[in-house]
Structure formats: C-alpha cells, structure tokens
Design a protein around this ligand. Structure first.
Ligand code: CP
Ligand code: NVA
Length: 298
C-alpha cells in the first residue's frame, strides 16, 4: 500500500480524521493501553524552535514504546546544504516515521515525495495540521461535535488560519476570519472553500454567534523583523472579553501557543480559570499519538 503522509488535513479523509480523534480520546483516557510494535523510531527534524511539538512527539513515541530522535539543521548535513531528497532517502531508510518543522511547505512536500516512510508536518510557513487535530479534539471534548458550528478566527491569515480553513472543510463547520487588509489567508484556499469560509474586517463581526474563537501570534516564526509593523496593523485584533460577550453563550476560545498576553489575546482570557487552552496544548500529545498509530498501521 502507498505510504501515507500528513502534510495537511486534506491527506486524511473526514472519516479517517474522526477515527484518529476518537482514538486520541481513548488514548487520553488510558495512557498505558497504547503500544506500537517495539522499537519504532521517529526522526524529528526541527528547522524552527518548538516546545509543544517537540515534547509531545518525543513523549508520545516513548509512551508508545518507541524512540524519537531530535535533529536540528545545526547538527545535520541538511543544514549544510545536502539536498532535501537525498536526506529523505537516507533518513527514511533508517527510521519508521519522520516529523518535520520547516519554512517553505515545498520543502516538506519534496521530503515526503522522496521518503519511504510516513512524513508528518510539524508546522510549515503554510500549515500546522497537528495543531488542528488538538484544537478539534479540545472542542469535541468540551462541547461535542464541531459539525455545523461557527468558528471565528481573529488575526493573521497565517499557517494556523490556513489549517482552520482546511479543518472547516474536513470537519464541516463555518469559518469567519477577521483580519486587517493585507493579512488575509491565501486567496486560493478561501476561494476553494467559498461556501464555508468568509473574511470580515471587524473582530466583533466574526465573533458574533461563534461557538469557537481562535487566534495566534501577529508575527510568526521567520517574521520577527516585521513585528513592529504587524503590531500596528493588528491593533484592535485582540481576542478579549468583549468578543466573548457577542459569541454563543457556551463559546470556548483557543490559542495554539506560545501567546503574547496583551497582544493577540488579553491576559485575562489567557489566565481565566475556565480556559481550555491548557487542554488544547496537552491534546497535542494524544492527537499525535493517534495520528502516528494511524500512519504506521494504515
Ligand atoms: N503550538 C505549537 O506548535 O507550539 P510549539 O511551537 O511550542 O511547538
Ligand atoms: N503561526 C505561528 C504558530 C506557532 C505554533 C508560527 O508559525 O510561528
């Protein structure tokens, strides 16, 4: 059977995504019950910083009886210009599964095309599908199925926003993106999902009636030098209490983290005792374990 990769949410069918999330919930309930055949090895290639992605993949592999190997460009030949395809052939001949966090989405696509084992996207400039597995798991856990719900994205039309667009398609919900002019998500993605994705300028318009509100940093990794300009452009795009007041009374809000209190999210919401953001972060572990199991047994 052809090797399965997870480069975007579209690599699994809606039914397969539901299966992975149902399994993630089982794995969360009973951490000891999930084991891979012994000795499975994951190579984790990180070209950008990470806390959650690294810790969740590494802990997940060990909990399942496997091993995870951290590879940074500083210490590998990838960082010295060895072609992506050559690296993929060699690394995939020695391990069972690969996770990559990198810049251009084309890099992970090229790696996957030359890899003989499943490749998981741990974030590119364009998509962050593993985070969406955790976000949807968190919504289901607290509020039930997300199908037919209204989701508000407040802020940058970035990699997270793109994955929310794919999630709207795969999990069948409505997505309203509130962003400043010039910071919209990719036009082709919006056009391909025109029936369920719309763009507005005012955060309040996105938040009205929403069951889920989500945001992310104004300047993503690799955009550090744009921070000041972006802080100006995104003033007024903070996920804060007034948005929850016009949302559905049972609305929850998410942030993939790391967060900047007082910028894209208020300190009050970040530190609210009923915030589910910490569940969202923990669910990276459970959702990815279910994904790894799926990819290694598909
Ligand atoms: N949300 C997320 O991917 O966090 P890290 O950058 O810490 O991995
Ligand atoms: N959009 C952010 C997400 C971090 C998890 C970034 O790419 O830096």
């Amino acid at each position: 059977m052809a090797v399965r990769h997870f480069l975007t949410l579209l690599d699994l069918s809606p039914a397969e995504l539901q299966r992975v999330l149902a399994r993630a919930a089982e794995m969360k309930r009973d951490r000891a019950a999930n084991r891979l055949p012994p000795g499975r090895i994951m190579a984790m290639i990180f070209e950008k910083a990470s806390t959650r992605t690294r810790v969740s993949f590494e802990a997940g592999m060990v909990q399942m009886g496997g091993h995870a190997m951290f590879l940074s460009p500083r210490d590998t030949q990838l960082g010295r210009g060895e072609p992506v395809e050559d690296s993929a052939r060699v690394i995939s001949s020695m391990v069972d599964i690969v996770m990559i966090r990198t810049f251009g989405h084309d890099i992970i696509e090229r790696f996957a095309a030359a890899s003989t084992v499943p490749v998981i996207n741990g974030l590119t400039d364009s998509f962050h599908p593993c985070q969406l597995l955790a976000d949807i798991q968190t919504f289901i856990e607290h509020r039930g199925p997300i199908q037919g719900k209204r989701v508000a994205w407040i802020g940058d039309g970035n990699n997270m926003c793109h994955s929310y667009i794919n999630a709207a398609r795969q999990f069948d919900f409505e997505l309203v993106v509130a962003c400043p002019q010039g910071y919209e998500p990719r036009a082709d993605l919006v056009a391909a999902n025109a029936g369920r994705v719309s763009i507005v300028r005012k955060p309040l318009d996105a938040a009205r009636g929403a069951h889920l509100l989500a945001t992310d940093v104004w300047a993503s990794m690799g955009q550090e030098e744009e921070q000041a300009r972006r802080a100006q452009a995104f003033a007024g795009y903070q996920l804060e209490r007034s948005l929850l007041e016009v949302a559905s009374p049972d609305a929850i809000y998410l942030h993939c983290l790391p967060a900047h209190r007082g910028e894209e999210i208020s300190a009050e919401l970040m530190d609210a005792p009923d915030s589910v953001i910490w569940d969202e972060a923990e669910n990276r572990l459970h959702a990815q374990k279910a994904l790894i199991e799926f990819l290694l047994t598909a």
